[in-house]
Design a binder for this molecule. Structure first.
Ligand SMILES: [Zn+2]
Length: 496
């Protein structure tokens, strides 16, 4: 029954967004229905309503006002506006005002050391003077390893730092903490939000691995004990990384991915998904800088479902079909270009840019060209064009923006936007917390007289923001995350 209504809703919002210029793809259109046909109601109806669909609220109000449940929305609107002239809610703005696009940098922990991590984050996250110049004040969160089972030759940092000193939670594949306390700290303050698999298990011989299920168990136990909440997982490395998952069965290449195979001794997603991983990058390439939506449902071999997501990883493909990767700091200026920025702003797109910001032994960590590219991105953010945020926040917003279900009621000169649920097709329908709908923005003719509610409960004023017209309409929004440019950099004894 409700399913049917949601389908109707998706059609309505699709038309609406086409009209307001906020382009979305088909899947992005599943949202509230009442924005096209505002429901007539009274304040008391809204306050007393325990109904879960806009249609039911609608029927109640129509009965009271017209003595009939069959009157059309158009008649009701005419009646209402002629007598009360209340605000009118027009539908959703795709991104928080005033931004036209949203972008995250998703950087893999390969060859990370604490020295490099701190340099990168002091420059990108803070506004202090740093060795790379004035900090950019951007919201950027990194990834991390739990273990280091890598035996590849080469160095992980300047001064011939061996691979054994790559930043990881535990030392090697042991149960002895290495950078555990500092990684905990960065997870808690928001400088880390992504697990780059359980560890760096890349071997010279790709048929060998040090990964075991027991290591996954130990990792989950430690993360839980320390209150480390991680929702994003990105696959890593060569075929030794058998804990990778997400693309098994997609082609013969991906047969090394054993993490979600219940028949494998490397199976771990029965622990990893319940722990809290919701978004998985399954070692897929993409040469599309911007997309209407970054997420897609991923069915795992064990029957569990998670969100897959795309990252921009390569400029194109060779004639043989191999990706031409451009995800090192030396390529950052090929990723963060004015043309790419203009594209996602014009098309109202998301972008998740894959990188390895700590991946080189360049003494200054980021070459000049990368620093300049990041400055261009920061300018787009500070000019109100591209909302730069951490990967987990972008993905959470993507789900809410695409699958929010809301309806609108009107009464006594006010409009009430009732956010009913997130109709998440992967994890199921849920009533969101404020943090799960941060940034959702609704066009209205009068923000001051438009009330934002979760269900029928008004959202506290400190989380509500009224916006001037962006040239389309004024809007009202749930506030985005507060800006935090605190320098959280720390060092830890014995951690390189
Ligand atoms: Zn990696």
């Amino acid at each position: 029954m409700q399913r049917t209504k949601w389908v109707v809703a998706s059609m309505s919002l699709g038309l609406l967004l086409a009209a307001t210029g906020c382009a979305t793809d088909t899947a992005a259109d599943r949202a509230g229905e009442a924005d096209i046909h505002p429901k007539v109601s009274t304040v008391s109806d809204v306050a007393n309503s325990t109904e879960t669909t806009g249609d039911e609220t609608h029927a109640t109000a129509a009965t009271q006002q017209g003595g009939s449940t069959a009157s059309s929305s158009a008649d009701e609107q005419t009646m209402l506006y002629n007598t009360h002239k209340p605000p009118q809610v027009y539908g959703m703005r795709k991104f928080p005002y005033p931004y036209q696009a949203m972008l995250a940098i998703s950087s893999d922990a390969d060859s990370e050391t604490l020295r490099k991590f701190n340099l990168v984050h002091e420059f990108i996250n803070t506004t202090q003077m740093t060795p790379l110049g004035r900090g950019l004040g951007l919201d950027f969160a990194d990834s991390f390893f739990m273990y280091n089972g890598n035996n590849e030759p080469g160095y992980v940092d300047i001064n011939h730092e061996p691979m054994a000193d790559e930043l990881s939670y535990f030392k090697g594949v042991s149960d002895k903490p290495y950078a555990a306390s500092i990684i905990n700290h960065y997870i808690h303050v928001g400088w880390i939000d992504t697990m780059h698999t359980y560890g760096d298990f890349s071997r010279v011989n790709p048929h060998q691995t040090l990964f075991t299920r027991q290591l996954a168990e130990q990792a989950i136990e430690a993360l839980k004990a320390n209150g480390d909440v991680i929702t994003v997982w990105t696959d890593h490395g060569n075929k030794s990384n058998v804990d990778n998952f997400g693309n098994y069965g997609k082609s013969t290449f991906y047969s090394y991915q054993q993490g979600a195979n219940p028949w494998s001794k490397y199976y771990h997603t029965d622990l990893t998904i319940p722990y809290g991983i919701r978004f998985v990058w399954p070692d897929s390439s993409s040469d599309e800088f911007g997309m209407k939506s970054m997420i897609y449902p991923l069915m795992l071999p064990d029957g569990q479902r998670v969100w897959g997501f795309w990252r921009y990883t390569n400029v194109g493909y060779t004639k043989k079909g191999d990706p031409e990767w451009d995800w090192t700091p030396f390529n950052l200026d090929e990723q963060l270009t004015p043309a790419h920025f203009a594209q996602i702003e014009r098309e109202h797109e998301y972008s998740i840019v894959a990188q390895h910001l700590s991946g080189t032994n360049y003494p200054g960590v980021l070459p000049k060209s990368a620093v300049e590219a990041l400055r261009l991105l920061a300018a787009q953010y500070h000019e109100g064009k591209i909302l730069v945020t951490r990967t987990s926040r972008l993905l959470t917003y993507n789900v809410a923006q695409q699958y929010v279900w809301y309806d609108v009621t009107y009464g006594q000169g006010k409009a009430y936007i009732h956010i009913r649920a997130i109709l998440d097709p992967v994890f199921g329908k849920y009533v969101p917390t404020i943090d799960e709908i941060r940034g959702l923005t609704f066009y209205t003719s009068n923000p001051a007289e438009t009330v934002l509610e979760i269900g029928n409960t008004p959202i506290p004023a400190q989380f509500v923001q009224d916006n001037h017209s962006d040239g389309v309409h004024p809007s009202v929004a749930i506030t985005w995350w507060p800006v935090d440019t605190t320098n959280y950099a720390e060092t830890a004894p014995g951690v390189k």
